[in-house]
Design a protein around this ligand. Structure first.
Ligand code: ANZ
Ligand code: ZN
Length: 813
């Protein structure tokens, strides 16, 4: 027989499958659909082992679903706008477009070498004008529906990348840029935002989707819902000073107020003699990060403005301070400070000698005395020193004070979210231009649909100036107003690339379609995505944005249903062999291309499924892959090399069938549950049994043929080329990938049962039936669980348990 030669068979089958359009997925109302989506790569250069680790098990599962009779859509594309292309342009003097599309060609070829079932007719590339035409169209829909707005706001700015960054692109204590590690600074710019906050409440609901608990928790915390009240204080100058508080029940204990240094009322409130100090403090605060400012253990600092406010519930005059621990970006940027019951306020009051007044007495604590307190008491409790509400018990305080405030017109119930609106603007070239036009007469107007896409010019200059290259282009921004036709200017910012990836799953449905972002017929058949797989690092970014996007479009009648992706599963990370993150600088990068060359794609696929629990990931272990390679070679010869004369006895064949169907049961189960590593180990184990059966003369018998048939079908999703080749070589019709997933023969899979005698101190106490060959420990457990045995044990621990396998268990007291 011929040798197992992946280098020969893999390209051969890939070409054949492509030629035959084997994996084309088309609408077929007769079959149930299954949309399997895996996160699309950024075309950074080479496909790395992490891509393979994410994608090949996803591919195997999509193939499995296909064999289960589903019409499976498994598309692929490229998230191809973004910073690295532009940085390459500056560094290497190559146009971002050229760099990007060169990488795409390279990575597409690498993706094809996986032997995955991607339907390449449905490829979508977000930097194609036919794609970003619709990204722009979506922007305009959001704008027309009041979900896109422009606002001058301080933004995080990376002085090295020369661009604004979203909150989630800023990392660490020192607040560095996600991409280049440079500490970010603040800059005030006119920016476009999407009102993600409109959907905060709905985004907290996960009841219609099967997403990992961890992702739900991350998103819930990110959205950060707080229930409380908004209360309006008045400054002595007569301005409203609104605060958000989660503890309106402590209102009588407010002994000062604190504004964020950036708060708009600070200037007006500050008395002339305090001005210099306030100004200096504000400047210092602006240089700090929110994380630094929020740190609980930080020494409290602040400055008195000289101004006062009136507490609306008791008309008390209280001083107004500024302090960096109050953030302008949360609530209203102003707080009522209640030192007795809030630790930060307590620290602040102690440091600056401000009164601490107890207004809550927790029911289970000795009466609180402010002079003796060493820390704030945040627990809820009976309201005291609280005017008409004094005496209100803790469990009613919150509701009662809100009723009181609302009745008096002093405040109302309010829910606050940590979630911010989505900052869309990027001062960069390589992105979808924001399709808005500034007209002197008409103001800000969207470009008309028939002028989309607003295309990027090719001739731009690369100057790292901090301005968008589009702004510096001599003619590009000059246009005419789509409303009145007078000369006008284009917006020169481009969109955050998360905008492109918020809807790529829709473009896959019909990338050829040009009457809309997607063909509604395709949408109605394929959506929602049934299984989405990808990294958990996207939990607070992409995975929130795409849900927001879907919901916003749903409310415009463009999409349907509550959620875009029904099921989500996250893979872990492949670390370097040294357990460190793989990176070029550490020199620990594993290159899949080399592995494919050495072992073949099927071995790499199988090994990646085998070497770690998929959702956990693990450090790469290069010694293990040889074992996987040996397994496939052994399978090859076991299937193909004739042996014996079919003289196996009945018991051998029965055991073979049992093992085959038991394996099928567990492999089926594991595919359902994304447990890829045990699929491979079960297949390895079954092969061992087959080798034994073959030695005992099973080769060529009907049971043997069945074993091979089922084995190859189970192998097909994992090692598609090897399975296809063997399938052909044993004379079966092309293609194995059009075969059905086999069904478990429960009778064949069932274990033989034996009846075991159970004795206590040598006396028969029970008979229990259990599978032949059951392990000693399991047998003991079953015996001890017997009611009659328990009765005779009288609650005592046995001294010894003697097991005669498949016959008898004697429990000695
Ligand atoms: C008075 C009070 C008394 C408060 C008390 C707490 C305990 P979460 O749970 O995060 O929503 N706060 C409000 N806006 C703030 C801002 N911009 N910067 C810093 N702190 C701010 O926290 C809400 C609480 O954090 C609010 O309730 C407010 O302090 C403070 F015994 O008001 B509280
Ligand atoms: Zn106009």
């Amino acid at each position: 027989n011929k040798n197992f030669n992946p280098a020969e068979i893999e390209p051969k089958w890939q070409a054949r499958w492509e030629e035959d359009g084997l994996y084309h997925s088309d609408i077929d109302p007769a079959r149930p659909k299954y949309y399997a989506l895996t996160m699309l790569p950024y075309p950074s250069g080479d496909l790395h082992i992490g891509h393979w680790y994410a994608m090949t098990p996803a591919d195997a599962r999509a193939r499995y679903m296909r064999m289960r009779g589903y019409n499976v859509l498994f598309p692929m594309g490229f998230d191809s706008f973004g910073l690295p292309a532009e940085n390459a342009a500056i560094k290497r003097n190559i146009h971002p477009k050229e760099w990007t599309y060169r990488n795409i060609d390279r990575m597409r070829a690498q993706l094809k070498s996986m032997g995955s079932m991607f339907d390449w007719r449905r490829e979508a590339i977000s930097s194609d004008p036919e794609y970003y035409r619709w990204t722009q169209w979506f922007f305009i829909q959001l704008y027309k529906n009041g979900l896109a707005y422009r606002k001058k706001s301080p933004v995080d700015w990376c002085p090295n990348c020369n661009t604004t960054l979203a909150r989630e692109q800023v990392w660490g204590e020192d607040r560095h840029c996600e991409r280049c590690n440079t500490p970010v600074i603040k800059k005030n710019l006119e920016q476009w935002f999407f009102k993600t906050t409109n959907y905060a409440e709905e985004l907290l609901k996960f009841d219609t989707i099967d997403w990992p608990e961890r992702v739900q928790l991350l998103q819930t915390n990110w959205i950060g819902r707080s229930e409380g009240a908004s209360v309006t204080f008045k400054t002595e100058q007569g301005d409203d000073l609104v605060v958000f508080t989660t503890r309106p029940d402590t209102l009588w204990g407010a002994t000062f107020m604190v504004l964020a240094p950036e708060h708009p009322l600070v200037r007006k409130l500050t008395t002339p003699e305090r001005q210099a100090e306030v100004e200096a403090y504000t400047q210092a605060a602006l240089r700090q990060s929110e994380i630094q400012r929020e740190a609980a253990d930080k020494e409290k600092t602040g400055v008195f403005t000289g101004g006062y406010a009136i507490n609306p519930v008791n008309d008390e005059r209280i001083p107004i301070w500024i302090a960096d621990y109050v953030l302008m970006t949360y609530g209203t940027g102003a707080i009522m400070a209640v030192p007795a019951h809030d630790q930060r306020d307590f620290d602040f009051a102690r440091k600056f000698g401000i009164e601490i007044r107890v207004v809550i007495q927790p029911e289970d604590m000795a009466p609180l005395k402010s002079e003796e307190m060493t820390e704030a008491v945040p627990a809820s409790g009976k309201m005291i020193n609280s005017g008409p509400l004094t005496g209100t018990p803790g469990d009613q305080a919150f509701e009662q004070i809100i009723t009181y405030l609302e009745a008096k017109g002093l405040g109302h119930r309010e829910v606050n979210y940590r979630l911010r609106d989505w900052l869309i603007s990027r001062q960069r070239y390589w992105g979808a231009p924001i399709p808005m036009v500034y007209c002197e007469k008409c103001g800000v107007v969207p470009e008309s649909d028939d002028h989309l896409p607003v295309e990027l010019p090719d001739d731009v200059e690369w100057k790292p100036t901090g301005e968008s290259p589009l702004k510096l282009h001599p003619t590009w921004k000059k246009t005419t107003c789509p409303v009145c036709g007078s000369p006008a200017e284009r917006e020169t910012d481009t969109m955050d690339t998360f905008m492109c990836s918020s809807w790529y799953h829709l473009r896959y449905l019909s990338p050829w379609y040009n009457e809309g972002p997607f063909d509604p017929k395709e949408y109605d058949y394929w959506m929602p995505v049934d299984t989405y797989t990808g990294g958990i690092e996207h939990a607070n970014m992409h995975l929130i944005y795409t849900r927001f996007f879907h919901k916003a479009l749903r409310d415009m009648g463009i999409t349907k249903g509550p959620e875009p992706m029904t099921q989500l599963r996250n893979q872990g990370i492949v670390l370097g062999e040294d357990s460190e993150k793989m990176s070029k600088s550490r020199g620990n990068v594993v290159a899949p291309d080399n592995l494919v060359k050495k072992y073949g794609a099927d071995t790499v696929r199988a090994y990646l499924m085998f070497f770690a629990r998929w959702e956990l990931g693990a450090p790469w272990n290069s010694s293990g892959i040889d074992g996987t390679s040996r397994w496939l070679r052994r399978l090859w010869s076991t299937v193909l090399d004739p042996a014996g004369n079919g003289s196996a006895d009945e018991e051998t064949l029965r055991q073979l069938r049992r093992k085959v169907h038991q394996t099928l049961r567990s492999v089926t189960n594991d595919f359902e549950n994304f447990q890829f590593n045990t699929i491979i180990s079960a297949l390895m184990e079954l092969l061992n049994e087959m080798v034994k059966a073959r030695q005992n003369g099973a080769w060529g018998t009907p049971a043997w043929k069945e074993a091979v048939d089922i084995y190859l079908r189970m192998l097909a999703p994992v090692a598609p080329h090897t399975a296809e080749e063997l399938w052909m070589l044993i004379g079966k019709p092309y293609s194995i990938h059009n075969q059905e997933w086999p069904k478990v023969d429960e009778e064949a899979a069932a274990e033989d049962l034996v009846t075991l005698v159970v004795q206590v101190n040598g006396k028969l106490r029970d008979r229990i039936s259990m599978p032949v060959g059951m392990g000693e420990e399991e047998a003991k457990t079953l015996a001890l669980a017997s009611e009659n045995v328990q009765r005779h044990l009288e609650g005592k621990t046995p001294r010894k348990i003697i097991v005669v396998p498949d016959k008898l268990i004697n429990i000695v007291m």
